[in-house]
Design a protein around this ligand. Structure first.
Ligand SMILES: Cc1ncc(COP(=O)(O)O)c(C=O)c1O
Length: 508
């Protein structure tokens, strides 16, 4: 499938030529420089030679000569009957790396191609860059959701008309207090509403003075990584688990230790055996990706560990709103009497991920420093979005929407369970799915896992591999680490049924 790429039109502003020197050579250099430093991106349509000559007050021949040279060197290409376009960067960088580079190297100081070939020849290095290079995770999936993308709620049900109305209301007559810099901790009204929501609906006793608004859960986790870790210290993470959290800790210079997860959640006996470890990251309501809920005994053991070691527990409650029988579980933070739990919440799973709105609930002792770190990173989250979300909550839309999302996720879960084949070779039985937006099925081995996922991809169905959620180098203890991680909330029931029918064609 070809991707649609948006390209800005060519703008000759700023091309100033010295009339005393060769004009076509200068024009060639000006255009080449813009292509190399990205001001003229791949796919940009250049004006016809006659048009550009007119715009710049040059003869047409001068422009034709400059274009000819760029064409010969592969910077531009012509499409029959259509016009002249900037070539695709890969083509240019391939030529650069095969010798032309040296001829062109003068004036290349801002050249920033995304070609790994050219990048790898560059000698820039630093510890953070090296740590990033060790990140072999595939990037998050982008584009419109397909069955069975993980981490996507039923955002087709989001009341965008209401949101648009509230947003229009904000911009129609903006309060001057909302147009300068905001509070780095986030807008007070939104923090008060979040605190009230957490007290009332989640049983978490907290106030606005403990809340910092972030760009989603991921930034909340990154802030913890920046502020709570000494270089070289250890962090315990669930294994398998949410790898992007582990990477945030690695980037902060910590050593990430995977702790096994069983049917009760994180194995606290293993955690207890770790030296030099004072931070644990967990997803107790619905372990990511296995779906296990942490038992009360483990919750108490985890809190006791944190108290004994004067450590911290990061509780990532990314999809805690989704519980299909009874009320959502009270967070671990609600049991914490010593202020050792940092609670991470997100609007991404009840509204939509692109909103980039989440929050931290912190012990008051950490508030000032987290707010400062936020101010140093990005000042604060976008004020308009925060104010619109506050209105969305004040006017009762948020609670109504959560109820609707829970019902929709349940209906989608049921559609999947009803349509799912009774037996698939090498794949374990459907688990009980009491919470969350995804489920995980065990598979007998990595090869079978890969085969099933490739077959699914061939019929347009997206399934994630459980083997990707383990830390690299996890010892193989005879238990298969393979599985299928299936998000069931991203698309409506009818699409779920069609997707399962497609899977049956290639799997059975
Ligand atoms: C366990 C877990 N935590 C955090 C996040 C990130 O959430 P956000 O989009 O709010 O940054 C995800 C995203 O899928 C997740 O699965």
């Amino acid at each position: 499938m070809s991707e649609r790429i948006l390209v800005l039109p060519f703008d000759p502003t700023g091309i100033v030529l010295d009339r005393r020197r060769g004009l076509s050579q200068q024009l060639y250099q000006a255009l080449r420089g813009r292509i190399l430093d990205g001001r003229l991106s791949s796919g940009t349509r250049l004006p016809a030679s006659r048009e550009l000559a007119e715009q710049l007050g040059l003869s047409r021949n001068t422009v034709v000569r400059a274009y000819d040279q760029l064409y010969a060197e592969g910077f531009i290409e012509s499409r029959v009957g259509d016009g002249t376009y900037v070539s695709h960067l890969e083509k240019i960088s391939t030529r650069l790396s095969t010798g032309l580079y040296s001829r062109l190297s003068t004036g290349l100081s801002t050249f920033s191609p995304n070609s790994t070939e050219v990048l790898s020849s560059c000698s820039v290095s630093s510890e953070p860059l090296e740590r990033l290079k060790s990140n072999h995770l595939p990037p998050p999936k982008t584009g419109a959701p397909r069955a069975f993308r993980v981490g996507i709620p039923a955002f087709d049900l989001f009341p965008f008309d209401v949101w648009a109305k509230l947003q229009a209301g904000f911009w129609r007559n903006p309060d001057p207090a909302h147009l300068g810099y905001g509070d780095p901790a986030g807008e007070l009204e939104l923090r008060e509403l979040i605190a009230a929501y957490l007290r009332r609906s989640r049983g978490l006793s907290c106030t606005a003075e403990q809340i910092v608004i972030t760009h989603g859960a991921q930034q909340a986790i990154s802030l913890c990584a920046q502020l709570l870790l000494d270089p070289g210290s250890r962090v315990a993470v669930e294994n398998p688990g949410y790898r992007a959290a582990g990477h945030a800790f690695t980037m902060a210079g910590a050593e990430v230790i995977g702790v096994p997860v069983d049917n009760d959640g994180l194995d606290c006996a293993v955690l207890e055996s770790l030296d030099n470890c004072r931070l644990a990251y967990v997803t107790p309501a619905h372990q990511y990706p296995t779906g296990v809920t942490m038992s009360l005994a483990r919750r108490l053991a985890l809190l006791a560990w944190a108290e004994r070691h004067q450590g911290w527990v990061i509780e990532d409650d990314y999809d805690g709103e989704y519980r299909y029988s009874g009320a959502p579980l009270a967070p671990l933070a609600a049991l914490d009497r010593q202020g050792r739990v940092i609670y991470v919440g997100t609007f991404g799973k009840v509204a939509f991920p692109a909103l980039r709105l989440g929050y931290l609930v912190l012990p008051t002792s950490l508030m000032r420093e987290f707010s400062w770190a936020r101010a140093l990173n990005v000042r604060h989250s976008e004020v308009a979005t925060q104010c619109v979300m506050a209105q969305f909550m004040v006017q009762g839309y948020f609670q109504r929407h959560i109820r609707r999302m829970r019902r929709a996720a349940l209906a989608r879960r049921n559609a999947l369970l009803n349509a799912w084949p009774r037996e698939i070779s090498g794949v374990g039985a459907m688990p009980v799915v009491a919470a969350g937006l995804h489920l995980t099925l065990p598979v007998q081995g990595i090869e079978r896992e890969r085969e099933l996922i490739e077959q699914a991809e061939r019929v347009g169905v997206e399934i994630s591999a459980l083997s990707n959620f383990w830390l690299p180098g996890t010892p193989d203890e005879g238990k298969s680490r393979a599985g299928l991680v299936i998000g069931f909330a991203a698309v409506p029931e009818s699409s779920i049924k069609i997707a399962v029918e497609q899977l049956k064609k290639v799997w059975l």
